[in-house]
Design a protein. Structure first.
Lengths: 508, 733
């Protein structure tokens, strides 16, 4: 198959149709958002228009997915992995905009730019998912990151928000430098920024041991590690997640992570499979550190948003296990995991939004005490979401299968990652300590007499909660459908050739 | 489902006949369970003890202050609003199942020389690696007999229960359990492989547990249920080991496939002997043989119809069925066969001695059941599978009759006490006496059953017991059993010893059964002046099934008349059951018989004469020695002395088990396993310790989370160095 020629309009639309629709729509909405003075009604209107745009883009993506629009080579990947990743990203976008509409109304924020910023960030993420060239990867990362830096501090009345956003920006810039430097070194070693070309040159020129390439790969891993909040590049996450408005936190925790992982997996599987031996120990080490620190520190949290921040770090660790497996299965496992995680995270943050007060005070786990008594459906939904994050069978729905597929990918890889699988399971047990404590507090602790009843659930928040809980349960009962799609979306990765340890060139 | 079965069974002549509906036979009671279960759930809040048989009447304490009318009103209100549904569905499904079984039986009879079993495969249940277990039913002559006994006797007992349990608040729950029991029992006898049989085996155990503890609000009842359950687990362990051994060595658990390999079994080899002995361990649990018989007497805590159905007629005979079903295994293991004979004979004798000195009418019958099961095991152990199954059948008739009769008596006694608000033991024979004047039908029917169990011709028990003892005697010469050795003793000696024990047990049986009848129905009435006025015959819904069982107990011997009888008297065909079962057990029997044969006609006549003489003298001894007139009610009775006391206390076996097994296990569990390992090591060190470790890690982690950007950047750079370090190994020089 010939690469798509982006100068031909029809081929351009095949390759980038949904992305162009989103970006063009977002531009128009930006103009509209700035056109009128801030007001609650205005932000609602822009919000609903953004929602419609995201949904339309989503339908476009789904039609592309079902039309099996695929092409190889070129800077833009047109394959099912990308379309599936786009579905996950746009699902998060829709959820985030819906929650933001309600959250802005609750906090009396009239500015409409948050919706547009979410759309721009999503456009960057979709580019990331589609990137088959390091330059496009960087473009996507920057488009996404710059929008998200702004989103993190969108609530200008919150000191914690401003502090978090600034930290995120400074550290993010620092990390992006590593990413860019890494890309430069990889280009220097291989002479190409195209993922396929990089892979073939590593093979042809026997570059797997070249210091230039290896350091380049290492620096890129650091850059991506920052974006997915892998330990030890995670320090920003709790502060930023805590300070940002809840819908944005969910968006950062789930969707930014999904896009970064999609790009990370694609680059690693398409460009660096031949260097598997070189990067596997580092990825495995990051996975182990992320799983252990994320889950263990999560135990110590009383602030529920910080708790979910560490939970998000821990989940990044689980996803790194899929990456470390380095098999074709990793792609579908990762996509399914991201979908389940997106659903559960947005659902949980929807509950947090319902429980949030007018003031800036964070929601503590103890604030959920006796929720079952006053808002049983809310407590039930939150219980299912917590079990899903934990990976509990049946009641945790899709969460269980998500973990299951990752474990399967790790154990059935050409080089089975048994140790990583064991640590994944053990740290999951640790994570039960904080997920179940939420469930315990809701159902078994009495509600304090002075605790105010939570306010009514706004319509869109209710819809997000309902959709996420139902989707989790349904996917837990019939995961096959989606797994079939995800499997079709498995990366066309050059098969990873695993050289036995002993076969490595001896050191002098 | 049907397509599959048609494909696999298409060649069998039974395909397409009524036997093709055999899957519906167990499903009908299951349907009944679902309906009654739903009815029971709608009244879940109304459970409570209304135990007409419980020794303690404390449960009725709340009736004390109220007048008669109030008490009855209270009773009436506990009746469930859908009880009528239960009354129709509960026995109805059994009637339907019995009719279906009868139709299948007629279809089988219509096929001449049916030798191959009719197997229906429904779906593959456990296709794991080499193991392939199907959910499949197998209808052959043996399972047909069992299905008829289970559905037939079950049907009668269900009808009886409508009257007996009428006033119980747990009426729908009772029928739900009883229906479920019949379902599992039918799965047990119809299953075409050992795992499916085991499903039924465990299922009936579960229902037995649920029904023993039916009046669970009294601790003794709940404890009895638990005892039955736990003791049976020991036996089930044996069953499982036997299955594992079979699969590991022969690669299948299907009856037909195993039977096809029977020729390859090493005759008397250690493997096949071990398999047979492990199966027999399972039997000692389920069928209450030494050493695991102790649960059955306690199981009498359940409602009396349950005792009749589960703990006399059907479930406890599952072990006998298992050995008959596995005849190709036991026939290849003579040492195991001798073990079965010894254990069966010892149990028969030992339990009969305990039965001599029990005062509780149900306890007498319980020990009698243990003893009679011993006879059945002597039969199947000696390779007389037909005789064992025959005794199983006749025993189902007369023992069900005895239990239901006893149930009628208890029911009446209880009602009388209830009317006069007296709290006394309605099951103690010392409180009865002279009931024949008040309950004529029950009295006559129970005498028929007593004569049958004692072995008086022409009642059914005579034929079946005689066939067991006669066959056992003939095995002493020339059979493979006689040639084997058991713990160094020659097989012949063991068989003669068992025969002697069997005769002694027969004498004791006649004595304790006559004693039961004398104390209950004869002599003066000891119930009390006030209560006497309320004694009356049970309603027809209860006596009707008794009459049917009475007829069967009287003439059940016709099903397998010995040649010596038919030669002298034109009573009917010879050895009906023997011919019927021949395709299933014939080969196994022939293998056990070996070079031996029948005893001479003269000897056989002599043996019969001896057996009858022993039975008659047993009754005579009881009549002359026991004086019902001298008996005093329980409340005034003085405790027994000497050996009588030992018998009354059942040789203190429960106490010995308690001291030797239960206490040590309990102490080890409590002090070492619970306090030491669970609380100390696992909870203390591992669970709390790891939680502490996780929290410590978390605390250390949060200390880095200072909020200072400088710290964060510093950690980030540290990470960069670590990641670069991790790549270091792959850099070529």
């Amino acid at each position: 198959m010939r690469p798509l020629d982006l100068a031909v309009p029809a081929q351009l639309m095949t390759a980038l149709g949904p992305d162009l629709l989103l970006v063009a729509g977002a531009m128009l909405l930006l103009v509209w958002a700035a056109w009128r003075p801030p007001s609650t009604a205005h932000q609602r209107h822009v919000g609903f228009a953004s929602l419609a745009l995201a949904l339309a883009t989503g339908l476009y993506v789904i039609s592309s997915l079902y039309a099996q629009r695929t092409a190889t080579e070129g800077p833009i990947a047109v394959d099912n992995f990308r379309w599936m990743a786009d579905v996950v990203i746009l699902l998060g976008t829709v959820f985030a905009i819906a929650l933001t509409i309600d959250d802005n109304a609750r906090q009396d924020i009239g500015t409409a730019e948050s919706h547009v910023l979410i759309l721009f960030a999503s456009a960057g993420m979709m580019l990331l998912a589609a990137a088959q060239d390091l330059m496009i990867v960087f473009l996507g990362v920057e488009l996404m990151s710059l929008s998200v830096y702004a989103l993190a501090g969108i609530n200008r009345r919150s000191a914690r928000g401003a502090e978090g956003a600034l930290k995120y920006f400074l550290l993010g810039a620092f990390a992006t430098a590593f990413l860019l430097y890494g890309m430069a070194l990889v280009y220097g070693a291989t002479g190409s920024t195209n993922l396929g070309d990089i892979a073939s040159r590593i093979g042809e020129l026997r570059l797997a041991g070249s210091p230039l390439l290896v350091i380049g790969v290492a620096l890129m891993l650091i850059g991506f590690g920052f974006k997915v909040a892998a330990v030890p590049f995670h320090m920003w996450a709790p502060d930023v997640y805590d300070g940002a408005p809840s819908p944005i936190t969910a968006y950062m925790a789930a969707t930014v992570k999904a896009a970064a992982f999609a790009a990370l997996l694609r680059v690693w599987m398409e460009a660096f499979p031949a260097a598997f031996d070189a990067w596997r120990p580092a990825v495995a080490g990051l996975a182990v550190a992320t799983m252990i620190v994320g889950n263990a520190v999560g135990l110590a949290q009383r602030n529920i948003k910080r708790m979910l921040a560490y939970s998000s770090i821990a989940h990044a660790g689980f996803l790194l296990v899929a990456l470390a497996a380095g098999s074709g299965q990793a792609g579908s496992a990762l996509l399914f995991y991201l979908l389940a995680y997106t659903l559960a995270t947005f659902g949980a943050f929807a509950v947090i939004i319902v429980l949030s007060r007018q003031d800036d005070r964070p929601v503590m786990i103890d604030d959920l005490a006796g929720l079952w008594g006053v808002r049983p459906w809310l407590a039930l939904g939150m219980g299912i979401l917590m079990l899903s994050l934990l990976g509990f069978p049946v009641f945790g729905g899709a969460g269980f299968f998500a973990k299951w597929y990752v474990l399967q990918a790790a154990l059935q890889a050409p080089a089975p990652q048994v140790a990583l699988a064991v640590i994944l399971v053990l740290t999951t047990v640790v994570s039960a300590g904080y997920y179940l404590s939420v469930v315990m507090v809701m159902f078994m602790k009495p509600r304090p007499d002075d605790a105010p009843a939570p306010g009514p659930t706004p319509g869109l928040t209710r819809a997000v909660l309902l959709v996420s809980v139902l989707a989790i349960l349904v996917l837990g009962l019939v995961p096959d459908q989606l797994v079939g799609l995800a499997r079709a979306g498995a990366l066309r990765a050059t098969p990873v050739t695993v050289a036995p340890i002993t076969a490595r060139a001896p050191r002098p | 489902m049907l397509i599959q079965s048609a494909a696999s069974a298409g060649t069998n002549p039974l395909a397409g006949t009524a036997a093709g509906w055999m899957w519906a036979i167990p499903l009908l009671p299951l349907l009944g369970f679902l309906i009654n279960g739903l009815v029971a759930l709608t009244s879940a809040a109304h459970f409570g003890p209304a135990d007409p048989t419980a020794a303690s009447h404390a449960a009725h304490g709340d009736d004390d202050g109220a007048g008669h009318g109030d008490a009855h009103a209270a009773h009436a209100s506990t009746r469930h609003r859908f009880a009528a549904v239960t009354s129709i569905v509960g026995p109805g499904v059994l009637v339907a199942a019995f009719l279906l079984a009868a139709a299948a039986f007629l279809a089988m009879r219509a096929v001449p020389d049916l030798s191959a079993p009719f197997v229906q495969r429904y779906f593959s249940w456990m296709p794991v690696g080499d193991l392939s277990v199907d959910v499949a039913f197998r209808l052959d002559q043996l399972s047909m007999v069992m299905v008829l006994v289970v559905t037939g006797v079950g049907m009668l007992i269900h009808i009886f229960s409508v009257g007996y349990m009428r006033e119980d608040p747990g009426y729908p729950r009772y029928f739900a359990y009883l229906n479920l029991f019949v379902f599992f029992m039918l799965v047990l006898v119809l299953g075409a492989n050992y795992p499916l049989l085991f499903i039924g085996w465990e299922g009936v155990g579960l229902c037995s547990y649920l029904l023993i503890g039916f009046w669970f609000s009294e601790k003794a009842n709940a404890d009895a249920g638990k005892k039955a359950f736990i003791v049976n687990r020991i036996g089930d362990f044996g069953f499982l080991i036997a299955m594992f051994l079979l699969f590991a060595n022969y690669g299948t658990l299907d009856f037909s496939a195993l039977q096809a390999q029977a020729g390859a079994f090493v005759f008397g080899g250690p493997l096949i002997t071990a398999i047979a002995l492990f199966f027999f361990l399972g039997c000692t649990g389920k069928s209450a043989q030494i050493p695991l018989y102790i649960w059955l007497p306690d199981a009498m805590a359940g409602p009396t119809p349950v005792s009749a159905l589960i703990h006399a007629a059907t479930m406890v005979t599952a072990g006998v069925y298992l050995i008959a079903r596995s005849n190709f295994i036991f026939a290849a293991a003579p040492v195991a066969g001798l073990t079965v004979i010894v254990v069966g004979a010892l149990t028969a004798f030992f339990a009969a001695t305990i039965g001599l000195k029990q005062w509780d009418i149900k306890k007498v019958l319980a020990y009698s059941t243990v003893s009679q099961l011993g006879y059945m095991f002597v039969g199947v152990g000696a390779g007389a599978y037909v005789a064992g199954i025959f005794h199983l059948m006749t025993h189902a008739f007369f023992k069900a009759l005895l239990f239901l009769g006893a149930g009628s008596v208890i029911h009446v006694m209880h009602e009388a006490y209830h009317h006069t608000h007296r709290h006394d033991d309605a099951q103690d024979m010392r409180n009865m006496g002279g009931l024949r004047k008040h309950m004529k039908v029950t009295w006559i029917l129970m005498w028929i059953a007593t004569l049958a169990i004692s072995g008086i011709p022409p009642f059914s028990g005579f034929f079946s017991k005689d066939e067991i003892l006669g066959t056992l005697f003939s095995r002493a010469d020339g059979s493979t059993l006689a040639q084997a050795h058991w713990l160094g003793l020659p097989g012949t000696v063991v068989i003669y010893g068992a025969y002697a024990l069997g005769l002694a047990a027969a004498l004791l049986t006649a004595i304790y059964m006559t004693r039961l009848m004398l104390y209950t129905f004869h002599g003066p009435n000891r119930t009390g002046e006030q209560e006497r006025a309320h004694l009356h015959e049970a309603p027809w819904v209860m006596t009707g099934p008794l009459v049917v069982l009475g007829i069967l107990a009287a003439v059940g011997g016709w099903f397998n008349l010995p040649e010596i009888v038919t030669r002298a008297l034109p009573l009917g065909p010879t050895g009906l059951l023997e011919h019927w079962l021949d395709p299933v057990v014939g080969a196994g029997t022939a293998r056990v018989v070996g070079s031996g044969g029948e005893v001479a006609a003269g000897t056989e006549g002599l043996l019969i004469a001896v057996a009858v003489a022993i039975a008659v003298s047993g009754i005579a001894i009881a009549v002359t020695v026991l004086k019902p007139a001298r008996l005093v009610p329980k409340a005034q009775a003085s405790p027994e002395q000497g050996f009588e006391r030992v018998l009354n206390n059942k040789y203190y076996v429960d106490e010995i088990y308690d001291a030797a097994v239960v206490r040590p296990t309990y102490d080890v569990s409590r002090n070492l396993l619970w306090r030491g390992i669970d609380t100390g090591l696992i909870d203390g060190l591992l669970v709390n310790g790891s939680a502490w470790l996780a929290r410590l890690t978390g605390w250390i982690g949060s200390q880095f989370q200072s909020g200072q950007l400088g710290t964060y950047a510093w950690v980030l750079v540290l990470g960069v160095l670590l990641v670069l370090g991790a790549f270091h190994h792959s850099v070529l020089p």
